[in-house]
Write a protein that binds this ligand. Sequence first.
Ligand SMILES: Nc1ncnc2c1ncn2[C@@H]1O[C@H](COP(=O)(O)OP(=O)(O)OP(=O)(O)O)[C@@H](O)[C@H]1O
Length: 359
Amino acid sequence: MIEVAGLSKTYGDFAAVVDSTFSVDEGEVFGIVGPNGAGKTTTLKVIAGLVDPTDGDVEVAGFPSDDPEMRRRLGFLPEESPLYEEMTPISYLKFFADLYDVPADVADERIEATLDRLELDHRDRRLGDMSKGMKRKVAIARSLVNDPDVLVYDEPASGLDPVTTNSVLEFTRELRATGKTVVFSAHNLYHVESVCDRVVVMNEGRIVARGSVDGIRERHGETSYRVFTDVAPADAEALSDLGVATEEVGDRFRTAVPTMDAVEAVREAAAAAGGEVVDIRTREPSLEDVFLDIVGRPMPGRYTGDVAAAVDSEAASDSETAGDAETTSDSKTAGGAGTTSDSKTAGGAGTTSDSGAAE
Ligand SMILES: Nc1ncnc2c1ncn2[C@@H]1O[C@H](COP(=O)(O)OP(=O)(O)OP(=O)(O)O)[C@@H](O)[C@H]1O
């Protein structure tokens, strides 16, 4: 549905986007993720026909991005949505529907349905008096007045409160369910992870990773293990040579290790101290870890106080660190021990289905 081939955009001497190639399938939600200045907005604006590329080709639904027909089929949500402050949502949306020659009765029905779905209250309020979240919803509704096949959203949920963020992300999922194609940018990885079928990671104008979120995680991230023992492992020096460190967590000791060989070393060290391994948990890399690996710095704007934080704190109730991507449901067996329903254990350690919880 969207073909981007060899796209480059320079401003003077500065290369904002360099030789970018990707395609977005019909009915897909596609994410462009990257730090500030990576070239996400520039890429989206070229797709939407708002910025001319310096080099390369972009096609949307078979039309080049400067073709007026392409614009009829596309809805664009800019990062900042300037709205006409004196208008109400309804008058504003009708105004845009009119620009697209949408018949009035069709426009009325479409606008009401979209605002109902987005749960926008106070529809007779001036836009200038609306909250940021309400304005964002109106801007999203504006992107849909012409019933486009393709939606290009720049940071659709950035800076919104958790409830509104959730509602926008859920809405994006619904757009996919109705057959729309959505490409959106985000610097918050939770937004990407929770919604996108595939992503490209951009850094300094270039695509540095691509694929499904899980695929990127597999290719670029490394699984690590957390070994829980009932005593502090002996020979701390040897363990620290392996690059691992032990922490006391409640009445147990947790040693984070990168390999199964190191797991064995911890097991031996625990035995030498007269104890044993009671649990081993697999820690899958989060997209955040992977991003750090690829780009060499953490995601900017991984702000707390939004859905990400809520999810993290939920995870924290089942693991010791908020923000961890530690998994129990599909964690791998270590040491061939019997497994339990929710987490798998090693070395015959008799752990239960919620093993490792609340350390
Ligand atoms: N009109 C312009 N003139 C000059 N430089 C520009 C222009 N537009 C963008 N740039 C530069 O191009 C680079 C990429 O900008 P872009 O807005 O595409 O990044 P982004 O990934 O969307 O960043 P952010 O997450 O901060 O919005 C930045 O260094 C930006 O300063």
